[in-house]
Ligand binder design. Structure first.
Ligand code: HEM
Length: 189
């Protein structure tokens, strides 16, 4: 029995608004990060660059690491939902899914801290506007997903939708920053 079948069995008996709390909390986090990014005076400096040529290079490689881990998380999620093959899903797949997600999130934190604290949310170019909005959206969706995980009364589409949105936001963040860095300065540290 795949994950969605077991979740569906207990869900038909309950009301349909339980996802409001995780979504509202996620929305609040996204707005709070966005407001902070706009109102606080950019510090210009946040974290040490530890062997990289600068903060941009360090953030680019951390963001790339976070994206690769998120791809592992996506593939393990597809396997867990029985969408990759009919073979029995090994028990370690859910552990891989959880830990690749946690590691991707942890790698993104020093990057986003530098973005928000040192730079703030900028809207001076379409790339940076989209990047800044996706950055706040990513953490909002992440919070909504984490608050939804322990709940057993949510529609079966809630976790795949939130997981998919978080993954898409991270891909968009990478395309609007790390890809720009690699195509502007080359694949350099
Ligand atoms: C939380 C909200 C975020 C805001 C407001 C934000 C904002 C910014 C801004 C304004 C820049 C400078 C862009 C430029 O002038 O080139 C930047 C750079 C960067 N950001 Fe973010 N960011 C956020 C989150 C993230 C996250 C979550 C990641 C990746 C996981 C990320 C990865 C990067 C990278 C790699 C750069 C350096 C390359 C570049 O300069 O574009 N950011 N960010």
């Amino acid at each position: 029995m795949t994950i969605s079948q077991s979740r569906n069995r207990g869900r038909r008996r309950r009301s349909s608004a339980p996802y409001l709390v995780p979504l509202l909390a996620g929305g609040l986090v996204a707005v709070a990060l966005g407001v902070y990014g706009r109102v606080h005076p950019p510090a210009g400096y946040a974290v040490g660059v530890a062997g990289f040529s600068g903060a941009q290079a360090m953030k680019t490689w951390l963001a790339t690491g976070a994206l690769l881990l998120a791809i592992v998380q996506l593939i393990s999620a597809l396997a867990m939902y029985g969408m990759l093959s009919d073979i029995r899903v090994p028990a370690w797949m859910s552990t891989l899914h959880r830990w690749s997600g946690r590691a991707a999130f942890l790698l993104s934190v020093p990057v986003a801290f530098h973005c928000l604290y040192a730079l703030g949310a900028h809207y001076d170019s379409t790339r940076v506007l989209v990047h800044s909005l996706l950055g706040t959206f990513f953490y909002g969706v992440f919070v909504a997903k984490m608050l939804s995980l322990p709940r057993r009364d949510l529609p079966s589409w809630t976790l795949p939708l939130l997981g998919g949105l978080a993954f898409s936001a991270l891909v968009g963040l990478w395309l609007t920053s790390a890809l720009w860095f690699f195509t502007t300065f080359g694949v350099t540290t």
